[in-house]
Design a binder for this molecule. Structure first.
Ligand code: AP5
Ligand code: MG
Length: 214
């Protein structure tokens, strides 16, 4: 089973992908996490994408596809895409790539959250530097301030979670990613989920939605 999670920055894609990948045995593919990991290791790819990420702009489609193809060429598990595709061009490239491998996307899930909610969610996000667990200082704080409940490592604030960069990411979503909804809506595999419910309730809805899939 191959799944795409779509939605605004801060709609809960990462939060839900961590739960779903574990429950359904899928490989979680977050292009944002891949780029941040490369950035952290100061690799040539990290240096190449740094400017785009810090400005809240999209990494060029060609580079995104190259990175994914090289990372996923030997992966045999089903894929759970989080933050990819981001443009109609990426969706078309994914279709062509999967077509050439005899694979298909089984479900596209749009995590629907009002635009007015996402900036406050992102401003309060903290992420574990060890295991990547996602917190929120208002709605889902760790038991001990700035320390991960799961692995005990310190939490960090993402560099692109500054108000001006958040605003740019929302604008980029509206301009370049929102058209994907129309692209997938007519495909017969498109589902909308109410992303404004509590995270556990959203996860329950997604598992129920996917339980009928092969
Ligand atoms: P990426 O890492 O993909 O970021 P994003 O799409 O902006 O999404 P976020 O990770 O910010 O939000 P999320 O939906 O995962 O929400 P989360 O679960 O963390 O991309 C970063 C950058 O990399 C891009 O700007 C671009 O430069 C580049 N990039 C990446 N992929 C690319 C691609 N394919 N093409 C080109 N460039 C690319 O939750 C957010 C907060 O909300 C947390 O605090 C969480 O606790 C809280 N929360 C989650 N669910 C709920 C809920 N149900 N109720 C209340 N709070 C909730
Ligand atoms: Mg994310």
């Amino acid at each position: 089973m191959n799944i795409i999670l779509l939605g605004y920055p801060g709609s809960g894609k990462g939060t839900q992908a961590k739960v779903l990948s574990r429950k359904l045995g899928l490989f979680h593919v977050s292009t944002g996490d891949i780029f941040r990991e490369e950035l952290g290791r100061k690799t040539p790819l990290g240096e190449e994408v740094a400017g785009y990420i810090s400005a809240g702009r999209l990494v060029p489609d060609k580079l995104v596809m190259e990175v994914l193809k090289s990372r996923l060429s030997t992966e045999t598990r089903g894929l759970l895409f989080d933050g990819f595709p981001r443009t109609v061009e990426q969706a078309e490239a994914l279709d062509a790539w999967f077509g050439s491998r005899g694979q298909a996307i089984d479900a596209v899930i749009f995590l629907d959250v009002p635009e007015s909610d996402v900036a406050s969610r992102l401003g309060a996000r903290r992420t574990c530097t060890g295991c990547g667990k996602i917190y929120n200082t208002i709605t889902n704080p760790p038991a001990k301030e700035n320390v991960c409940d799961a692995c005990g490592k310190p939490l960090m604030t993402r560099d692109d979670d500054k108000p001006e960069v958040i605003a740019r990411r929302i604008q980029v979503y509206n301009d370049q990613t929102e058209p994907l909804l129309a692209y997938y809506r007519s495909s017969g595999i498109f589902h909308r989920a109410d992303g404004s419910k509590a995270p556990d309730a959203v996860a329950e809805e997604l598992v129920a939605m996917l339980s009928g899939k092969p």
